[in-house]
Design a binder for this molecule. Sequence first.
Ligand SMILES: Nc1ncnc2c1ncn2[C@@H]1O[C@H](COP(=O)(O)OP(=O)(O)OP(=O)(O)O)[C@@H](O)[C@H]1O
Ligand SMILES: [Mg+2]
Length: 149
Amino acid sequence: MNRQNHEIILTLPADANFVDIVRLVLYGISTKWGFSYEDIEDMKVAVAEACNNAVLHAYKGREAGRMEVKFRNTGSGIQISVKDEGSSFDYEQKERLATSLHDKDLSEIRAGGLGIYMMQALMDEVQVNTDTGTEVVLTKFLQGNEEMA
Ligand SMILES: Nc1ncnc2c1ncn2[C@@H]1O[C@H](COP(=O)(O)OP(=O)(O)OP(=O)(O)O)[C@@H](O)[C@H]1O
Ligand SMILES: [Mg+2]
């Protein structure tokens, strides 16, 4: 079966109680699409970080809203978008700060503020759109030896 451009979309309350649903769906889909156990574990952590950011930061100080999680088969891998309609942040500025992170002593790095670095370390590509709310797009490519079922 050609699964390219197959898409699964979840709309959930931006609430910590729903993040495990996202992880379960990710597990089901990425198994079906031929990802290795290691890649699935990495994706589960990265996607949970993106969802936790929507839960914790997007709707701070206002009525809790929704998050939309979209899983898309690109043919060469999976693209996972986590989107909220909350207040956004200056991703470019965070990126500039990140480039100097490895020059710092461990004690200088504040606790927290690691979610985006973790997503970058665990995924092949991370894009952040902050036009309306925040959308984090996480990409993982299938390895050559993995077969798309
Ligand atoms: N969906 C979002 N909506 C609004 N602001 C966000 C969103 N995601 C990230 N941010 C902003 O970017 C910052 C960095 O996010 P990151 O996940 O790297 O760290 P953190 O959430 O502060 O801490 P940690 O993830 O380590 O617990 C956040 O503190 C927040 O200010
Ligand atoms: Mg975070």
